[in-house]
Ligand binder design. Sequence first.
Ligand SMILES: [Cu+2]
Length: 346
Amino acid sequence: MHFSAIFAASSLLLSAVSALPQPALSDAALSRKCNNPPKRVEWRQLKKKEKKAYIDAVLCLTKKKAISGIAGTVNRFDDFVAVHNAQEPWIHWVGHFILWHRYFVAAYEKALRQECGYKGAQPYWDWSVDVRPDDPESMHVFESAIFDSETGFGGNGVKIDYAPGQNPFNLPIGTGGGCVPDGPFTSDAFMNHYPGPEPQCLRRDFIPSLVNTWETPELVAHVLSQPDYTSFARALEGQKSFKTPNIHGGGHFGVGGVTGIMGDAKNSPGDPIFYLHHANLDHIFWQWQQKDRETRLREVGGPVAPLDYSGQNVTMDFLVNLGPLGPDTMLEELLDTEGGKLCYTY
Ligand SMILES: [Cu+2]
């Protein structure tokens, strides 16, 4: 090796060393304690009265006045739909997808607890235990406890025929499509005011094949096996295509189908099940982080702009916010669910 190359290499090493141990979080953030973090569990692990307490808290949010100031919002539940709608173009197929949604679900959990007296944690729905990967048309997954009409979120929408041009993505024909006729979120008890102008009922349009073949233990294992944050994020979301199975899309389009709220990219938080689907994705992310906390509580990556894999990547100090519902927050403050800006566990 030429002398100057050695010199350059050693000075590079020196500058790398001097740039090294910056504290990952500010002292203020580190000193903020997370005591007794709420422990999130799978929906089925809740007792009957805990399920009722959760659903009652969701209905309570719909009775509190909106604070976001976003046109069309009437209540606190609408606030969250509106913030997701407003940010939709830059929070999907990006490096910060999972962290933005972590922040979002945590803010919702906090609202349920602080504004509606809910004592528990945000539950999640682990669809991978319900699916029948070898029987794509099986409706078994929709018999899951989460869709129970007494103790769950109600089931499929009533069967309707699509209007011409209503299926722009050419999804398989769904099995429902209209308003959900049973459970706690029927139109007499629950409506989406946002985006308006007319309030809308909760619609679902189950597509069994998308849940059964996308929300599989095998695909979860594939996501969990990714070696770094960037590849994890990419495996989680897949491509902007309905041809490639991915565990994020399967929950949305399997439940929401062609006409349902869960299948509406902008307004999907209008179905209360959104938060259990996203809490499950967050649980998977948390599990992945636990496998190497040293590295994975300090690592982000992936594109700033949707699907821009050759462009700029997000970094630890990249800022996200929840509009009027949550201040600018660096990604590094969202990596640890029991530190920085967050306080919950699994
Ligand atoms: Cu989203």
